[in-house]
Structures are given as C-alpha cells and as structure tokens.
Ligand binder design. Structure first.
Ligand code: SAM
Length: 288
C-alpha cells in the first residue's frame, strides 16, 4: 500500500484536490483512522479466496484495505462525484470494481451466485450510511443470499440494540429480528473523532455471522414478525394484553393465554422478557 487514505491529512488533501465535500444526505462520514479501518478489513476478509461486497466506498478509505486482503472487492456507490476520485485514490488496485448502483436496488442473490459459481466466498463489509442501516441489513437477511459474514460500522446505539438479550433495556424487535438471522458480536466501539466530518454519536463495528438455517424452524415468518412487533408495541403490558390489543392474531384473549401457557412461561410474562418468539408463533399458527 502506498499511503493510507484514512488519515486526517490525506483525506483533506483528496477532498481538496477533487473539490469534494461530504454530503449529509448520502450519510457521508469518512473514516480517518487507519487502525480502525485495518481492523474492519481483517475481520471482514475470512480467507484469501474472498470476494467482498462493499456498500459505499466513499473516497476509498476502507476499500483500500479490503483490496489488500481480499481476492476481489466490488463496491456499490450512488454518489456520481466519486468514480473520478476513486480512479485516482485506488489506481494501484486491479482487484477493485466500482458499481454505480444503489445497494438497496441490486439483485443481491444474482451478484452472489455469480461469484459463488466461481468458488469464491462472499462477505459484506461497510462503514454504513447510517440513514439506511436497518433497510440494508434486512435486505441482506431477507434475500437469503449466500453471504458468509457481514462486518459493518453503524451507530453504537443501533449496534447495542442488535446485540441485546431478553430483559436488557435495549432488547426489542430489532434484537429479535437480527438474532433470528445471525449471531451479532460487537468488534470495536469507535468514537466520533475517527471520522470526517464527525458524527454526533458514537459508532460500533458489528460482526453478524449468518446462520445457515434458523436456530428454530418457523412455520410462518410473517406471523412471527407480526407477533414480535405486537409484543414490543406496548412494552409495559403483559404479552397476552399486548397481543390482544394488536388484533389478537385472529384468536380470543383466552386462546392467546393458552398459547402462552403452552410455551411453559408465566402467564403474565412481558414481551421484553421473552426469547421464544419462534416457538410462540408456531403455537399460535397451529391454534388459528
Ligand atoms: N467507506 C467510506 C469510509 O469509510 O470512509 C465511506 C463511508 S460513508 C459513512 C457511506 C457511503 O455510502 C458514502 O460514500 C455514500 O455516498 C454511500 N451510500 C449512501 N447511500 C448508498 C446506497 N443506497 N447505496 C450505495 N452507497 C450508498
């Protein structure tokens, strides 16, 4: 590597040379701490036979390290000013490909199939644009694309919610949804000073290892997510009241109560203390 991009002076120099400024509406906070960038890249690239899909290369801070460690890096970007910048900053890397497409719009399964056919492992890495963190992750999960691992930077508060377990204050619908699909682990917390411009809040790098198949088989995923939403909609209510107030899932209050009892938990349990939503949805689905 010639010079790391992720330093304050190099980032300033690149922005000035190209007459660039960070665009807020694209969620642009560029990484300027090469130690953190190196950590994300080492964590993301599982083997020397990896293709990395990167969401939002920006001026190439993380991309550069990914190119050092991976066989190939395919980066998806929407800012039309960046191809010229990246052609300059990443010119030494022949394993870099820029795709000017909105990541939310691409056919992820098709992109994965292309590289899996050639025998590559596909992983995803990003310093995510924070305004679309959840839609991006759910796109990846719901597509069921053959992605081996996801390593991404996001707001610390969102990462904490993803990792929280039952009974914790951050535990909620997001924790359950993420943990249904993957095993989340916070790799490192990152202060605002590691970015230019600095975000107002702290950030975390989180690693999400996708389960090959769900820990519990769910008969009807849509019903399960409906139950999860209903349970956390009214956090202070008991689970039975929460579900009942949300339309009862087509069951009477007594039937809901019986389903909760069949789960083997106290009948006045609250949603925030429950982890067995997959089993509950199978029981409710069978009772309908
Ligand atoms: N990777 C760079 C870094 O770490 O310095 C930039 C990260 S910046 C937080 C987010 C990047 O995502 C920006 O380059 C932004 O233009 C890009 N971006 C925003 N929305 C996007 C989308 N829907 N699809 C692809 N890239 C997007």
């Amino acid at each position: 590597m010639k010079k790391p991009i992720a330093t304050p002076s190099r980032t300033k120099e690149i922005l000035e040379t190209h007459g660039m400024f960070a665009k807020k509406n694209y969620g642009q906070n560029f990484l300027i701490e090469s130690g953190i960038v190196d950590k994300i890249a080492r964590h993301a690239v599982l083997s020397d036979h990896c293709v990395v899909f990167e969401i939002g290369p920006g001026i190439g801070a993380l991309t550069q390290y990914l190119c050092e460690y991976a066989k190939k890096v395919v980066s998806f970007e929407i800012d039309e000013r960046l191809p010229a910048v990246l052609a300059d900053t990443l010119q030494e890397y022949e394993n870099f490909e820029l795709v000017m497409r909105d990541f939310l719009e691409i056919d992820l399964n098709e992109w994965c199939r292309t590289y899996r056919k050639e025998g590559y492992d596909v992983v995803i890495a990003a310093n995510l644009p924070y305004y679309i963190t959840t839609p991006i992750l759910f796109k990846i999960f719901e597509s069921k694309a053959d992605v081996a691992a996801i390593t991404v930077m996001m707001q610390k508060e969102v990462a904490d919610r993803m990792q929280a377990g039952p009974g914790k204050k951050d535990y909620g619908a997001l924790s359950l949804a993420v943990q249904y699909y993957s095993h989340p682990e916070i790799v490192v917390n990152v202060p605002p000073s590691c970015f230019m411009p600095q975000p107002k809040v702290g950030s975390s790098v989180i690693s999400l290892k996708r389960y090959e198949k769900p820990v519990v088989d769910v008969d009807d995923e849509k019903l399960m997510f409906k139950i999860i939403r209903a349970s956390f909609n009214q956090r202070r209510k008991t689970l039975a009241n929460g579900l009942n107030n949300f339309g009862g899932m087509g069951l009477t209050k007594e039937q809901i109560q019986q389903c909760i009892e069949a789960l083997g938990v106290p009948e006045n349990v609250r949603g925030e203390a429950l982890s067995q939503f997959a089993q509950l949805s199978n029981i409710i689905g069978a009772a309908k």
